[in-house]
Design a protein around this ligand. Structure first.
Ligand code: 13P
Length: 250
């Protein structure tokens, strides 16, 4: 059985005061939710603050991206080892905003995934098609290409401690959610690809859905066979909504 993972991607939001209140609010709120796994992805500046508040609790944390190099003259960047030093368990790789706004190619994403695994972080590989690609019937081809680039780099073994997050670009921040059936179809497609590679790993890898997840639609999404949790953007910025999404797992 794959346990539900509810993960909050805070993107470039927050302040010290907000991070304090939100983290405390989540920790308090999840005391009365089902036993889901939990993670938050604050901006890097706040990782130490979240670590101080969440260490020893059910709440895990991670970063929104990483640089694939171990160290060196890479101004502005943060390595996998630095994230480990701040207690990160997870790291997002290949979020659509990184791909579209910061030019990360499939190969760049694969390199980041590999660096994360090598450092003992659990990468959360984000995949998803644009509206144009969906309307052209290219959804499966796009997510297959995105996944294959990583498989080619790390093989099946690289997925032993990894998570996938299917995030259709047209559903991110738009209020448009993929229907549970639409999401399930892509999740099953992705799982079948992993199963073809390695039955055990394919069966155990969590595949999260992301794109306008809210308390009102979480339960229907989580009821789908291959939807193992959510990667939440906007609704993860209030403890009440994040906790409400966790309740969808009951
Ligand atoms: P929203 O939940 O705001 O649509 O964002 C989804 C997302 O991009 C999470 O990584």
């Amino acid at each position: 059985m794959r346990k539900i993972l509810v993960a909050g991607n805070w993107k470039m939001h927050g302040s010290k005061a907000m991070v304090d209140a939100l983290t405390r609010g989540v920790l308090e709120g999840v005391e009365s939710t089902p036993a889901v796994d939990l993670a938050v992805f604050p901006p890097n500046l706040f990782l130490g603050q979240v670590q101080a508040l969440a260490e020893g609790t059910r709440l895990n944390w991670g970063a929104q991206t990483l640089n694939p190099h171990a160290e060196g003259a890479f101004t502005g960047e943060v390595s996998a080892a630095m994230l480990r030093d701040f207690g990160c368990r997870y790291v997002l790789v290949g979020h659509s905003e990184r791909r579209s706004l910061f030019g990360e190619s499939d190969a760049d994403v694969a390199a980041r995934f590999e660096a994360a695994v090598a450092a003992g972080l659990e990468p959360v590989l984000c995949l998803g098609e644009t509206l144009e690609e969906r309307e052209a019937g290219a959804t499966e081809a796009v997510v297959a290409r995105q996944l294959d680039a990583v498989i080619e780099r790390v093989g099946a073994a690289g997925f032993a401690q990894a998570t996938l997050a299917y995030e259709p670009v047209w559903a991110i921040g738009t209020g448009l959610t993929a229907s549970p059936e639409q999401a399930q179809a892509v999740h099953a497609f992705l799982r079948n690809k992993l199963v073809a590679l390695d039955g055990t790993i394919g069966g155990q890898t969590r595949i999260l859905y992301g794109g306008s997840v809210k308390p009102a639609n979480a339960a229907d999404l989580f009821a789908q066979e291959d939807i193992d949790g959510a990667l939440v953007g906007g609704a993860s910025l209030t403890a009440e909504d994040f906790v409400g999404i966790c309740r969808g797992a009951s």
